[in-house]
Design a binder for this molecule. Structure first.
Ligand SMILES: [Zn+2]
Length: 360
């Protein structure tokens, strides 16, 4: 991997095909015992790590001069591993032939019986190894009609709105984040820098991540249930890609926004919604919190968290306004630009995303 990554950097190669064509023979000759597909997947990973490094570098997000491979992730393709869901077993190709591993805990296999298995990664965390796999499901999406659930994601709540109602769900994320932030600060001031401190910090960071992930999953499930209850065919959200770059916040605000990973939440919601057969549409977020959802006029503040439209008299909570505008925009978009064959379809990852090895 390191060799491939060095080569990618030296020759500025970001394409998997090119990397493979330049290095495959050499590496096969060097490691004749290694199943050949490991060379494939290593090329894929090296190209992808370098691509993502270049992207972050261009945005000024990394200081390092070159990407680093920490050696904790190994990518497998369908030639290198098979999952036997009946026996709850994984068979993985190694230089010593195919080895079978019993998968530990989890009764997930019932849910995944209808799934197809795609790529997988072996991830090392400390002394333990995990197998992370992507499952694909074939889902029949509901036919598009006018029934839309608009979703507005904020730092401490998620608000949904539909034609005849709205609901705000408090996430409680801020208090979890704050509690862990304080805990880390206490550890930092109580212990001297060193291995013990580092280990504790990693432990709590991981625990925080798990609690937040758990929260996102529950929240997403609740929203999908609501969408089904009101008979929606579409879940609409704001397209927040790049929003952090577009808006300039103060430094404190920035830190907070970075911690609230609304993109991560959106991915989880998208995956759960699609799994339930709902279409997912992303709309332009511009002005969703400032415009009147009825007449499009500019809203004015009207007391705590409330907004009022001077033109038509509409009045509402600002988060509900956001969600209503998302719904309205999705409906407009649909008339204008949703193709007759329906919105874009992409395969689903069982955990709602890719593993984080891209973020060097
Ligand atoms: Zn109005």
């Amino acid at each position: 991997m390191r060799e491939l990554l060095d080569h990618a950097v030296k020759r500025n190669v970001t394409s998997f095909k090119r990397l493979k064509s330049e290095k495959y023979r050499e590496l096969r000759a060097k490691y004749p015992d290694l199943p050949s597909h490991y060379v494939y997947t290593a090329c894929q990973m090296a190209a992808s790590i370098y691509r993502s490094f270049r992207k972050h570098k261009r945005r000024g997000k990394v200081r390092k001069e070159r990407p680093r491979f920490r050696g904790s992730v190994l990518m497998l393709d369908d030639h290198l591993f098979r999952l036997d869901l009946e026996r709850w077993e994984a068979r993985i190709s190694t230089p010593r032939g195919r080895l079978a591993f019993r998968l530990m805990h989890g009764d997930y296999h019932e849910r995944f019986k209808s799934a197809k298995v795609g790529q997988a990664w072996i991830v090392r965390r400390g002394d333990e190894y995990y197998l992370k796999a992507v499952f694909r499901f074939d889902v029949e999406l509901r036919e598009l009609d006018g029934c839309i659930l608009g979703v507005d994601v904020n730092e401490n709540n998620v608000t949904v709105a539909w034609d005849s109602g709205a609901e705000r769900v408090k996430t409680g994320e801020r208090s979890i984040r704050t509690a862990y932030f304080l805990k880390r600060r206490r550890i930092q001031s109580a212990l001297k820098a060193g291995e013990t401190r580092e280990r504790l910090l990693v432990k709590y960071r991981e625990r925080e991540r798990n609690r937040i992930a758990d929260l996102y999953h529950k929240l997403a499930l609740q929203i999908v249930e609501r969408a089904i209850e009101i008979g929606a065919s579409v879940v609409a959200m704001e397209d927040l890609k790049g929003i952090r770059r577009r808006i300039r916040y103060s430094r404190a605000m920035n830190g907070r926004l970075h911690r609230w990973s609304f993109r991560r939440f959106q991915q989880i919601l998208e995956y759960k919604a699609r799994l339930a057969g709902l279409n997912v549409i992303y709309v332009n977020p511009r002005g969703t919190s400032r415009r009147c959802p009825i007449c499009g006029g500019k809203l004015s503040p009207n007391g705590h968290r409330r907004l009022k439209c001077p033109r038509c008299g509409f009045e509402g909570d600002r988060d509900v306004v956001g969600a209503l505008n998302v719904m309205k925009r999705a409906r407009e978009m649909w008339g204008a630009s949703v193709p007759p064959e329906g919105p874009r379809v992409k395969p689903l990852a069982a955990d709602g995303g890719r593993p984080s090895h891209h973020l060097i």
